[in-house]
Design a protein around this ligand. Sequence first.
Ligand code: 5GP
Ligand code: MN
Length: 339
Amino acid sequence: MLSIESLRQELSVPRKIAIIPHQKPDADALGSGLALWGFFKNKGHQPTVVSPTDYPDFLFWMPGNSEVLVYSDKTKEACAKIIGEAAIIFCLDFNDLKRCEPLDIFINANTSAIKVMIDHHQDKKDFADFEYCRVTAAATAELIYEFISLLGNEADITTDIASCIYAGIMTDTGSFKYPATTATIHRIVANLLEKGIDHTAIHRNIYDTSTLDRLKLQGFALSERLKVIPELNTAYFVLSKTDLGRFRHQTGDTEGLVNYGLSIKGIKLSVILKEDEGFVKMSLRSVGNFSVNEVARMHFNGGGHINAAGGRLNMSIQEAEVAFLEALKNYANILATTS
Ligand code: 5GP
Ligand code: MN
């Protein structure tokens, strides 16, 4: 394991740096990436954010977004080159290289690069030379703030960098309501406000820029596709490709929807099963100490945090619903007890 001192040394001369968020990056993954990107660029390095997949357009306002290289058939060679030539590779908001497929192959192929992991998820895999990880952190963006401070550069956080960090913290804390929202988080945010960020605009850019189709998809999902199992205090949505197609679904359109399940009195577990190309993507949320990270790991090839996790099943949407209901039986006792 490299020390922060050696990493600081590495960064004392201009470097080519690849910055990788997880698949379908959210505001925390992309915000962390673009914050680091802005910071390294201002320091004279050559950073590139390489995203394994596309991401929602409500993140396009982030400073540096136009410079992000998104993996596709057309950009495959360019991604391989950037990651292959990087002296340092930052892996952000994930702790298992599977989460950045198909870029994992390029990362593994670059055996000389220093690999840095900055993350707050559970069940870390050991692949990095330097780790800055804490599962109690509310967001990876919180760790990015600390990491830049640790390098001795807090003063170099510009308004643009601060805006990206704020976006990650705001979204991963559920707008400052989840239990991981500590006094320290509020102090960090106070510092970000003093860097001149426009928090009202950031909130609006992320939460209030829906298309009419997206809003209608959410309304449809709530009225037609939400099922409740009262005896298990569980709510779940099943969305087929036909449902999604009807509302011209775009990446990010169902983000936040799963939380509505938890807004029903007494509900402890809310899940979305969403049909994709040849697989079903699952999104799980819970309240209290019921661990959806464990459920996702044990049954849905995924993981995450205690109260927010994801996974996938390689089967039809109908089979996935059956598999989900089957898996729930293992937790019937815990779910049935209220409190
Ligand atoms: P979301 O439901 O918003 O996609 O993800 C919730 C949390 O679970 C996020 O922290 C995300 O990084 C994590 N997550 C989502 N999908 C997966 C997955 O397939 N595997 C793992 N390990 N984590 C996931
Ligand atoms: Mn995160």
